[in-house]
Design a protein around this ligand. Structure first.
Ligand SMILES: *Cc1c(COP(=O)(O)O)cnc(C)c1O
Length: 419
């Protein structure tokens, strides 16, 4: 069958569902640890650090696991900074890559001793005026028409992020004149990219740029941050990025470009989210209705507010029907949630085994940009997050929201003031 493997079976999920009603997210601890190790291993030849993109899966339990594997945190908001601090990710284990940033967020990042990565040349005086310049500053490069970009992030010249080439030179010149001593160089030009060459090209571009910046305006780049964006095989048959190969190829570039320019040792950072946790988180939901009109609909108890990637990007998420992994996929369904929005569909015209009410469906590859993008439109509540521990036990790492949570920001007692 054309199905993706699961680290659990129907019996396990039915047992879990007795304590934690569907829908819920389930993360596979062992697989997440292994995935962090694979990335570290691929760059073990260099001074490498991965800063996990907190926005992908902002859960303190998962962040702590990743910290234990040696990862830092890539933050872009106050809440993400606080989250890191609370799990012990502090100082230069935090990369603060934000844009359109309010002064108080820069202030907190500086307090925590994070690397601050500036998105625009006007943020140099802004940071200086509101917070003061730290000893180390990183700048985000947008190569514009020099790079192609990809589907999710779009063309670099149409992306709101980063400095132009000219601004970058001017930016480092200003920082140097203002007494900044340590410099980082960052770019992020792809999202969910499966072509390994893309990352090799990005490294090459930044390495060459570091060499040019050493000449003019004469700054020594201490680290390059290649960004995140390593894709995952959402569809069966797609191939995961060969991280070892990417690591080896980047090592080759380093030997060819950085070493002869006398810029060794230079640190190499990445800030992936998706490839670390994405494939190892699952949204488990129960089929509650079968509707037969112009099409066949399976109504489930999760909806787009639990996972909006299909509705937002038309993203493919594989679906397994528990207990029917090897059954013939001879039915065509739209698998839909209960929002009053017609794009609340987890799958459209999907070939699946016959589904009855009460069947449990597993939506794959929901471990990044899944729960994190949850919302409450239509009064839908965010569901629980659970972690399947390495010893087979289950830990609740975020409870489901309740109606009290939903109403928590409302004060009904003032209604009478309206007369
Ligand atoms: C979203 C984001 C990431 C992580 O992207 P993934 O696709 O999850 O790897 C990294 N860096 C920045 C600046 C981002 O905005």
């Amino acid at each position: 069958m054309n199905d993706k493997p699961l680290p659990f079976d129907e019996r396990t999920i039915r047992q879990i569902a007795r304590d934690y009603p569907t829908p819920f997210y389930l993360y596979d601890e062992a697989a997440i640890r292994a995935s962090a190790r694979r990335l570290n291993q691929a760059f073990a030849w260099g001074a490498f650090k991965e800063y996990f993109a907190v926005k992908a899966t902002p859960n303190p339990y998962l962040l702590k696991i990743l910290r234990q594997e040696g990862l830092g945190g890539d933050c872009s908001s106050l809440a993400e900074l606080e989250l890191c601090e609370r799990v012990g990710i502090t100082g230069e284990n935090i990369m603060f890559t934000s844009n359109e940033t309010p002064a108080k967020e820069y202030r907190r990042a500086r307090e925590l001793g994070a690397f601050i990565n500036l998105d625009d040349i006007t943020h140099i005086p802004y940071l200086e005026q509101h917070v003061g310049l730290p000893e180390a500053v990183c700048l985000r490069y947008n190569p514009g028409p020099l790079r192609e970009g990809n589907a999710i992030i779009g063309k670099p010249e149409e992306a709101k992020y980063g400095f132009t080439r000219e601004q970058l030179v001017e930016g480092y010149r200003q920082l140097k004149a203002k007494g900044v001593r340590r410099f980082g160089l960052h770019t992020m030009v792809a999202s969910n990219e499966l072509n390994p060459e893309f990352f090799v090209e990005t490294a090459k571009m930044l390495f060459q740029l570091a060499v040019e910046l050493a000449r003019d305006p004469g700054v020594r780049i201490e680290f390059v941050n290649l960004g995140g964006g390593i894709g995952i095989p959402y569809r069966p048959g797609q191939k995961a990025v060969d991280l070892d190969m990417v690591g080896r190829r980047i090592q080759q570039m380093y030997q060819e470009i950085i070493v002869p320019a006398d810029l060794h040792p230079m640190k190499i950072f990445m800030e992936n989210g998706r490839c670390i946790t994405g494939p190892y988180g699952y949204l488990v939901t129960e089929a509650i209705h079968h509707k037969s009109t112009y099409k066949q609909y399976i109504g489930v108890d999760a909806c787009m507010s639990n996972l909006m990637r299909p509705g937002m990007y038309g993203a493919y998420h594989h679906i397994s029907v528990l207990g029917k992994e090897t059954a013939p996929q001879d039915h065509t369904y739209d698998v839909v949630g209960s929002l009053c929005e017609n794009n609340d569909k987890f799958a459209i015209d999907r070939q699946l085994p016959e589904i009855q009410a009460g069947n449990l469906l597993v939506i794959h590859d929901a471990g990044a940009h899944g729960s994190a993008m949850g919302f409450q439109y239509n009064g839908k509540l965010r569901c629980a997050e659970l972690m399947l521990r390495e010893d087979g036990s289950v830990m609740q790492i975020r409870r489901a929201e309740t109606l009290d949570d939903y109403f928590a920001t409302l004060d009904f007692s003032k209604l009478q003031e309206l007369g």
